[in-house]
Design a protein around this ligand. Structure first.
Ligand code: NDP
Length: 311
């Protein structure tokens, strides 16, 4: 039987995704109709992104699953009209690789102290060499698809990496912590902390004044996770006191970050505009097509969201 797939994202996404999705669905051998507009009665699967204008999933009587185009699901996970399985984007080749490259680059910037040499108007000849990675404690909060890959790369470079997640984990060359006491251990003395947690009620303000105080004096926060992970006022106070030496922030409570926000002008903050990584149409289309084929052949879906945990 023909599978009907509705692409529900901002209209400008359709031209980017249509050809990759058709190629991937063809490669999976599916008999399908794919469109960005479709009679609700017919829809079997929805490829979804927020801001599509779609918020009521109850109008799709045949709906079998919703495939979120992005990794984060905070905009859809609590939708009461969504009663079918929800998957999210996990794509090693595109999204994960992009995040590994971005995180590694920003960790290396701070590890090597590059800023002091890039902008050196006083022409100071400070020949202090940076330490080796093995002497730098880096902590990654969140050991999911992205956190595990980033922690693994940082460990491969040689950093002393600790990671933290909800459940207990084992990752080669990474000290894995979980739970509240584990978080305190992971942050204590950390010099570079990378946030790769999802935005859920349990992770809001996970980086607060008390936890910032556990980190090494002058340490660095890198946040490509989500804005609400950080208590912004506590971070600004810690930057001003010197407890935190720098914050590289890719995500914010309000995006785009308002032009008058203190982060833009703060000398110890680097703002990047939510570009740490992104879903890449070619590889993401293959992940989605593979999951639709799995659903159609009765194979368990990959990358299912745990609705009760919120990620
Ligand atoms: P995953 O769901 O694979 O991983 C989430 C990790 O966070 C897991 O290790 C999970 O623990 C841990 N976690 C969740 N809740 C808690 C908690 N309460 N306490 C401790 N640990 C917790 O997500 P991804 O790795 O794919 O993505 C992470 C986030 O990155 C996304 O949710 C999104 O917000 C952000 N992102 C940002 C992008 C950007 O461009 N800036 C691009 C893509 C994603 P456990 O393993 O035990 O379940």
């Amino acid at each position: 039987m023909t599978t009907h797939i509705l692409f529900a994202a901002k209209s400008e996404r359709w031209p980017e995704y249509e050809a990759p999705l058709r190629a991937a669905l063809d490669a999976e051998g599916l008999d399908y109709v794919l469109s960005c507009e479709m009679d609700a009665e017919l829809v079997d699967y929805i490829i979804y992104a927020p801001n599509s204008g779609l918020s009521d999933f109850s109008v799709f009587p045949r709906l079998k699953a919703v495939m979120n185009l992005w990794a984060g699901v905070e905009d859809v996970v609590g939708n009461k009209t969504l009663t079918v399985p929800l998957t999210r984007m996990v794509d090693e080749e595109g999204l994960t690789q992009g995040m590994v490259e971005w995180v590694t680059g920003h960790v290396m910037r701070h590890h090597l102290g590059m800023d002091a040499h890039i902008v050196n108007p006083e022409r100071i000849w400070d020949d202090t060499p940076p330490p080796l990675a093995k002497d730098r404690k880096v902590t990654v909060l969140g050991l999911g698809a992205l956190g595990t890959a980033c922690a693994g790369m940082l460990a491969q470079i040689g950093f002393a990496v600790t990671g933290w997640s909800r459940s207990d984990k084992e990752i080669a060359d990474v000290i894995c912590e979980h739970g509240d006491e584990g978080l305190a251990r992971a942050l204590s003395g950390a010099e570079i902390v990378v946030l790769l947690l999802p935005n859920t009620p349990a992770t809001e303000d996970v980086i607060n004044a008390e936890r910032l105080a556990l980190m090494a004096k002058g340490s660095v926060i890198i946040n490509p996770g989500r804005g609400p992970l950080i208590d912004d006022a506590a971070l600004l106070a810690a930057l001003d006191s010197g407890q935190i030496g720098h914050a590289t922030l890719d995500v914010f409570r309000v995006e785009p970050l308002p032009a008058d926000h203190l982060f833009w002008a703060h000398p110890k903050v680097t703002v990047t505009p939510h570009i740490a990584s992104t879903t890449r149409p070619d590889s993401a289309a293959r992940v989605i097509a593979q999951n639709i084929r799995r659903a159609e052949t009765g194979t368990p879906l990959l990358h299912l969201v745990d609705r009760s945990a919120g990620y």
